[in-house]
Design a protein around this ligand. Structure first.
Ligand SMILES: [Zn+2]
Length: 365
């Protein structure tokens, strides 16, 4: 009983050190980011597999609570929450209950659990081909659109094989040697002028908009949504279809800082990009859209708010990631496979199954 008492006490102390905040919009009137225009809802069974195109959208650190904070802030409407198929993803890594973005990204991209910090390799160090590589091998185009550095853990899991996510030079080199048609994000300072010129030449759409991470959502209104639209325009020229990974990378940054306003703004910005995809899918129904997260950041909980006023009272319980399962939302061809509770490694298999490909995990050459 004494031990239980200590646990409760330490829990309370931890709570005191973290913050409860209110999101009241930019000046207490309206949400800082313009209201999301909801795309028309897609029916649950609007197309059967195989999916010619696959769009995987990852809100970094975006737990259910982040989605609901944004939903409240946007007065009860989001694009994400219109997706007809819902589930959960179990985010544990091979080494920790609480994953980092490298192991989380690797599970999603390569279908294997690995140790925290490792990218594109199994727990014992074997390099594994990612979804993007396997999709390209099937004749499809591939693209990455993110809001942090393109060498950051989540995008890097789709093209690099390194023991540490901190091996930026090796990660940059791997991107230069890869074959993406679309590369958009930040991180130009991670590449030499020669490497940048090579990428510019290889890609149909190439933009690194900042030396490091892109600026905050409030300072780049509509940037992510417009780049996702451009990526769709470029990739959809491939008659064999495409694979596009979009990351709302900075939801995680704001949640690490325990900043509720920034967390909400980044989530709304990501949701606008989801809206662009949903509108595009109205005319491209042989497409699978999956929206999920790699883990939850900040241990956010919603303690109150006002849907009519777009207000949220949120509480962060940690400056780190938490160990909860994260939400999965899916629409379009093959979406029904994503209902229910699944391991984070299941995206790799299920996405390839939906695309009619051989879904076995495979050692990289
Ligand atoms: Zn992450």
């Amino acid at each position: 009983m004494k031990t239980l008492g200590l646990f409760v006490l330490s829990g309370c102390l931890a709570l005191v050190s973290c913050s409860t905040q209110r999101y009241v919009g930019s000046h207490g009137e309206k949400p800082a980011v313009p209201a999301v225009v909801s795309a028309p809802a897609l029916p649950a069974r609007n197309a059967t597999p195989p999916a010619r195109n696959v769009i995987l959208m990852i809100g970094d650190g975006m737990g259910s609570e982040h989605v609901w904070a944004a939903w409240l802030a946007n007065q009860g409407s989001l694009n994400i929450t219109t997706l007809p198929v819902n589930g959960f993803s179990v985010t544990t890594s091979a080494s920790h209950l609480v994953t980092d973005s490298a192991a989380g990204g690797t599970a999603i991209a390569c279908g294997c659990k690995t140790k925290n910090g490792q990218l594109g390799i199994t727990a014992d160090g074997k390099p594994m081909d990612s979804l993007a590589v396997k999709m390209r091998e099937a004749g499809k185009s591939a693209g990455l659109v993110v809001t942090k550095s393109i060498t950051d853990a989540t995008p890097a899991a789709f093209y690099a094989h390194v023991k540490s996510r901190k091996e930026t030079a090796a990660i940059a080199d791997a991107l230069v040697k890869s074959d993406f048609e679309v590369i958009v994000g930040g991180g130009s300072a991670d590449f030499s002028a020669e490497q940048l010129a090579t990428l510019e030449k290889k890609c149909q759409l190439f933009e690194l908009a900042a030396p490091g991470n892109c600026v905050a959502a409030a300072k780049r209104p509509g940037w992510l949504a417009s780049r996702v639209q451009k990526a769709l325009d470029v990739l959809s020229k491939d008659k064999d279809g495409f694979f596009l990974m979009v990351e709302g990378s900075k939801i995680d940054v704001e949640a690490h800082l325990n900043l509720l306003t920034g967390t909400v703004e980044e989530t709304l910005d990501f949701d606008q990009a989801v809206g662009v995809v949903l509108r595009w899918m109205q005319k491209h129904q042989d497409t699978l859209l999956v929206v999920t997260a790699d883990h939850q950041t900040g241990g956010l909980s919603i303690l109150g708010g006002d849907k009519e006023k777009g207000e949220v009272k949120g509480h962060f319980s940690t400056h780190h990631h938490s160990g909860v399962a994260v939400p999965v939302y899916a629409a379009g061809a093959g979406a029904s496979a994503f209902a229910g509770v699944q391991e984070n490694t299941a995206f790799f298999t299920k996405i390839q199954n939906a695309a009619g490909l051989d879904s076995r995990a495979r050692t990289a050459k």
